[in-house]
Design a protein around this ligand. Structure first.
Ligand code: GLU
Length: 445
């Protein structure tokens, strides 16, 4: 059955990995089942919402390679919310409240002191028309609360299974502020109904909201969608997410050279019954996606694992898939170079430094002078083949008597400037006779 899902970020900041995971699960569901992925920009807070964040969010989703089938902005849809609010008012389900923030604060403090939960006491429901007229005359504007049913709302969560919220245990949610602006709760429900959203997939910090929202879908004459509340992300230690990449913004991972598919693979697999492995395309991740695999425990997001997946992905990436990006990095060794270097990169940027090892100049590293001179003399003429390295090292061995590590380490150091790296027989072909000779002679080449 085709689905319609929405990913609904507020453009009040950059996307972080937690948002990305929510977006990813929505995306995988659509790729697997077919249907529509709606990007819903939750910008009802006109003051905090910024166009630059909206643009950055779209750039991040594009970087992740997500398919976006439709985009709506809540700021374009106030008429719908006004109509819904009017409907709820007419039904007596949206009622005016005049308490100030301070008054509400005081009430909550008293409730807490008495060991009671800080749930709104519905005092405003007892206001008479005369009371309200007095407030209005004094220039006090009401905010508006939705009157919950105080029953138990039940749903079958796609992740959490049989779920319920006793709406008697939560405050009637404020839907409209004193200045007439909307909080998130009502517009979200109105849009879900208007856009015929079939699945609301979001973090489990929204479970309580869902209790209230299910009552609002119904009060508006609609049918609630299915819900999937996914456990939140925690760090490798099971505690807080760490910020080794600077912040948890996707832009940071991107700047650190993380491949989108490495990130998506990790985010798709952690907290599920699948093993954490990298996948080379979204189709495969979608194929393997199933709500039933998502566990109830928080998903551990480990940057070390991300780096490992990133390296693994690159090791398996064929040249055609990175050719353009390599060219942009100034790496023009083609597939021959990539095939030699890829096993030694953790990020694509590493390819540029290996390319420098091939193309030069490599700063000379001092090795035993007599050994180096003998080796320089033994450099065979080109063009090189896969056997040239053996021909060369056999000759050096014969001339100097060095073998094993004492033979190979100084050669690697002199030829590449580094103690480790890609296989020398392959690198030697790319470096070629001229540069090899110069490097062994201690020249920067
Ligand atoms: N803008 C809301 C948020 O980012 C959307 C929640 C939802 O998916 O309903 O938390």
């Amino acid at each position: 059955m085709p689905v319609t899902v929405r990913f609904a970020p507020s453009p009040t900041g950059l996307l972080h990995v937690g948002n990305a995971r929510t977006a990813l699960i929505n995306q995988l569901l659509v790729l697997k089942q077919g249907g529509t992925f709606v990007l819903r920009v939750d910008d009802t807070d006109l003051e905090r919402s910024k166009k630059e964040f909206e643009t950055a969010i779209e750039a991040d989703l594009a970087w992740l390679g997500f398919r976006i089938d439709a985009k709506v902005k809540q700021s374009d849809r106030f008429k719908l919310y006004d109509a819904a609010a009017a409907k709820l008012k007419a039904a007596g389900l949206l009622y005016p409240c005049y308490e100030t923030e301070d008054e509400l604060d005081r009430k909550r403090k008293i409730q807490r002191a008495q060991g009671q939960p800080p749930v709104y006491d519905r005092a405003a429901l007892t206001l008479t028309d005369a009371d309200k007229a007095k407030f209005d005359a004094a220039g006090r504007k009401p905010h508006w609360r939705f009157k919950l049913s105080h029953t138990t709302v039940e749903w079958t969560d796609q992740v959490r299974g049989a779920s319920h919220i006793d709406t008697g245990s939560i405050s009637d949610p404020i839907l409209v502020r004193e200045d007439g602006s909307y909080l998130y709760t009502l517009p979200s429900v109105v849009d879900d109904l208007d856009l015929a959203i079939t699945h609301v997939v979001r973090g489990e910090d929204h479970v309580t909201n869902s209790g209230a929202q299910i009552e609002i879908y119904t009060a508006l004459g609609g049918r609630p969608p299915l819900f999937a509340h996914t456990p939140l992300l925690v760090g490798a230690d099971g505690e807080k997410l760490s910020k080794r990449f600077g912040s948890l913004a996707l832009a940071e991972f991107r700047a650190a050279g993380i491949e989108p598919l490495a990130l998506s693979s990790l985010l798709a697999k952690i907290g599920t019954s699948d093993s954490v492995e990298v996948r080379a395309d979204m189709a495969r991740l979608a194929d393997e996606f199933d709500f039933a695999k998502i566990g109830r425990a928080p998903a551990r997001f480990d940057e070390a694992e991300l780096k490992r997946l990133n390296a693994q992905l690159l090791h398996e990436t064929p040249y055609e898939r990175v050719a353009d990006r390599l060219a942009a990095l100034g790496v023009d060794g083609g597939a021959d170079f990539w095939d030699v270097a890829r096993a030694n990169v953790e990020t694509l940027g590493d390819a540029a430094s290996w390319w420098k090892v091939v193309s030069g100049p490599v700063d000379p590293v001092s090795v035993d002078a007599a050994f180096a001179a003998a080796a320089a003399d033994s450099v065979p003429d080109g063009p090189y083949t896969a056997e040239s390295w053996t021909v060369f090292t056999d000759a050096v061995k014969e001339k100097t008597g060095a073998k094993g590590k004492n033979l190979f380490m100084p050669l690697r150091l002199a030829l590449t400037g580094r103690p480790r790296g890609p296989e020398m027989d392959k690198l030697f072909v790319l470096i070629g006779p001229e540069k090899a000779k110069k490097r062994l002679q201690g020249e920067a080449a």
